[in-house]
Ligand binder design. Structure first.
Ligand SMILES: Cc1ncc(COP(=O)(O)O)c(C=O)c1O
Length: 398
């Protein structure tokens, strides 16, 4: 069987096409190894495998060549020794925390992390005797003050949802190193083309591959990237508990990554154009996009990011009725959760992600009635802008 293509040129566009591929049977693409188990020729091979004298796959939960190809490609892009793929972003988040934190230990996490990550930390971890302190995003004094002798990990996202806050990754690393903690960044909204937290000294990077990495709104998946010695407990955890992604999704991830550079470049450009259009619009009260100088974390983003991503959040200058009217007149932007695909997706956080919360609770979290989150897609920027203009025409003006 052919070897994996290891060589990295250090150019992400080339690595996205070539790194990690396993071109067996002369196939230019990595074939989909749709198998749950692997068989041995004879007992000699079994014994040699047991003594680690030969490489051989054994069982699908432990390893699969299509999965390994996708993992190697993503590791090259993220600058990691190792990448481990999971069946969802939340599987990657939960495996990272549960495999690295023991009963009686403690972690620190920022308050605008993904809603289900916060639910996991505040509702599931206490059942396992793991405590957490949730600190305000951007408040590095509180982050440092929250560290106790039982603390083992500090977790942040960057950019965050829906306000696109940017963690100062150097600050997170400084606090983690000073206190001998593991630093973890969920980099889903950025992708390795826009930021590489491992290069800044972060220990573990997490992605929901469901978003930009898969890039086509057709798979669910998660990834954990980092150094071998740091991620070993996560690797062992996955061997035991599962949560591995299926070979078809791995193939789609590999395929999605081949056009990664082109997609992200275009998405960054369109999002900037859309953000500037919205910021200049009289029926938009406020725009949150790290590529705009008006964003509170613009300078941090400029320092640590190559591009600002493709999520733009804004407030309609009106009330709930105006916001409903805006949504109801859109034709191109599709109304639904998630982000990172070719189709522009638009969400109303108040009535979509936060429909279970009371209005008071939503407002406490900053999820106001007029908030809109846009995941810019690959359509012509002028068509996206024309669609938003159509919706905004429905907003009443005093
Ligand atoms: C930043 C972030 N992390 C993790 C997740 C969870 O990923 P998944 O939906 O693939 O489980 C999401 C999902 O939206 C997310 O936005």
């Amino acid at each position: 069987m052919s070897e994996f293509t290891e060589h990295s040129t250090g150019h992400p566009d080339t690595d996205a096409v070539h790194c990690g591929e396993k071109r067996w049977l002369g196939s230019i693409t990595t074939p989909i190894a749709y198998t749950s188990t692997f068989v041995f020729k004879d007992m000699d091979e079994v014994v040699a495998f047991g003594k680690k004298k030969i490489d051989h796959y054994e069982y699908g939960r432990y390893g699969n060549p299509t999965r390994e190809a996708a993992e190697r490609k993503l590791a090259a892009l993220e600058g990691a020794d190792r990448c481990m793929l999971f069946d969802s972003g939340m599987s990657a988040v939960s495996a990272t925390i549960l495999s690295l934190c023991d009963q009686g230990q403690h972690l620190v996490i920022t308050d605008d992390a993904y809603k289900q990550t916060l639910n996991f930390v505040s509702k599931v971890l206490p059942r396992f005797g793991i405590d957490a302190t949730i600190v305000s995003m951007g408040d590095y004094k509180s982050m440092a003050d929250a560290v106790r002798k039982e603390t083992v990990m500090v977790i942040s996202e960057s950019p965050t949802n829906p306000y696109l806050n940017i963690a100062d990754v150097d600050e997170v690393v400084r606090i983690a190193r000073k206190n001998k903690l593991l630093s973890v960044i969920d980099s889903t909204f950025a992708t390795p083309l826009n930021q590489r937290p491992l290069d800044q000294g972060v220990d573990i990077v997490i992605h929901s591959t469901t978003k930009y990495l898969g890039g086509h709104n057709d798979i669910l998946g998660g990834a954990v990237c980092g150094r071998k010695e740091v991620t070993e407990p996560i690797y062992e955890w996955r061997r035991v508990t599962g949560g591995v992604v299926d070979p078809m999704s791995c193939y789609l991830l590999i395929r999605g990554l081949k056009t990664f550079g082109l997609r992200v470049e275009r998405l960054n450009q369109t999002a900037q154009q859309v953000a500037e259009f919205l910021e200049a619009h009289t029926k938009v009260r406020k725009v949150y996009y790290p590529g705009l100088p008006s964003h509170p974390h613009h300078e941090i983003a400029r320092r640590q990011m190559k591009g600002f991503g493709a999520v733009v959040t804004f407030e309609i200058d009106g009330d709930m009725d105006d916001t409903m009217a805006f949504f109801n007149d859109l034709k191109l932007c599709l109304l639904g959760p998630s982000l990172g695909g070719p189709e522009t997706l638009i969400t109303h956080p108040a009535l979509m992600s936060y429909y279970r919360e009371s209005r008071e609770e939503r407002y406490r979290l900053g999820i106001i009635d007029e908030l809109v989150r846009l995941s810019v897609g690959l359509e012509d920027p002028q068509d996206i802008i024309a669609d938003l203009e159509r919706g905004l025409a429905k907003v009443r003006q005093e």
